[in-house]
Design a binder for this molecule. Structure first.
Ligand code: 13P
Ligand code: SF4
Length: 302
């Protein structure tokens, strides 16, 4: 059955002149169907330069929205409308405007895990792979409000030495990891290096051997002479790591490390998306233009 579906997806994709993008947390069979698999920044860049008529984004809603913002003439589809990011829902444009007014219009740095409307209220976006560079690009002396991830914000503040006003948002999947859980894994695998995502709490990021975005973790383990790693991010990513580094061993930092939203996209839903051209992502033009400025400034940083 899955063989039939993958052949259908490949044929229909060609017929439609569509590009399939997938995030590293997607199910293995979705990653295998995709033309490009990457982290948030890589997906945004790839979507921006896409020449195909249709971009199918296998990820969560903000990723599809970013594709539409950056390449508005294309039809952007997400195979499951309910695939959202709970952290992105922790900030609204109304609440952000209130907080901006409270601090006298600070520079707003907005993690891409946010809605288009929130990006439109922000000065510059960042992802977990370029947040340090983005914050360093802001002139000293300016107040900086970092939304919505308090963990990424705290990590960036620590690394850059800049004082950031943090929002009370967090990723429910990464936020619950404790250093005690990591230590349990270290006892089982004493030779392993600990590599975690910056959405993990500070008590974990400050003790880990390395803190990276998903693409950054992949690069780190590929370049490391070590053979074993304890990985502090979503379970789906282990598929990517095993595929790229078959001779290395990877252990999850906690047994339950799953983003339910990322797992909502299945081969059946991807096939239906291509068959029925659903679900189209639409961003009102006034919001898109402003959100584009914030995303484009980030992309220009490199
Ligand atoms: P990356 O940009 O590192 O892939 O992170 C996206 C994300 O949603 C992590 O939870
Ligand atoms: Fe959002 Fe967390 Fe899922 Fe990433 S892992 S998409 S931040 S809920």
């Amino acid at each position: 059955m899955s063989g039939d579906l993958t052949s259908y997806i490949a044929a229909r994709k060609k017929e439609l002149n569509a590009l399939i993008l997938a995030h590293y947390y997607q199910l293995p069979e979705i990653q295998d169907c995709a033309d490009f698999v990457g982290d948030s920044l890589q997906l945004a860049r790839r979507a921006k330069e896409a020449e195909e008529e249709i971009i199918v984004c296998c990820g969560v809603h903000f990723m599809a929205e970013s594709a539409k913002i950056l390449n508005p003439d294309k039809t952007v589809l997400i195979p499951e409308v309910k695939a959202g990011c709970p952290m992105a829902d922790m900030v609204t444009p109304e609440k952000l405007r209130e907080k901006k007014a409270l601090y006298g219009e600070p520079v707003v740095v907005c993690y891409v895990n946010s809605s288009a409307a929130v990006k439109a209220e922000s000065d510059i976006c960042c992802t977990s792979s370029n947040a340090l560079e983005v914050v360093r690009s802001i002139p000293e002396g300016r107040d900086i409000l970092f939304v919505p991830d308090c963990n990424l914000g705290a990590f960036v503040a620590q690394k850059t030495g800049r004082e950031l006003i943090l929002w009370e948002g967090y990723c429910p999947v990464h936020h619950v990891l404790t250093w005690k859980e990591v230590e349990e894994q270290k006892k089982l695998h004493p030779e392993a290096e600990v590599v975690v995502h910056p959405e993990c709490p500070v008590e974990v990021t400050e003790k880990a051997d390395a803190v990276r975005s998903t693409a950054g973790i992949l690069k780190y383990v590929q370049e490391s002479p070590k053979k074993e790693f304890i990985i502090g991010t979503e379970a789906g990513f282990l598929y990517t790591l095993h595929r790229h580094c078959p001779d290395k061993k990877f252990y999850l930092a906690r047994p339950e490390f799953t983003c339910a939203d990322m797992k909502l996209i299945t081969l059946e839903k991807l096939a239906l998306a291509l068959e029925k051209l659903q679900y189209e992502v639409v961003v009102p033009e006034d919001i898109r233009e402003k959100a584009y400025q914030a995303l484009e400034k980030m992309i220009a940083i490199g």
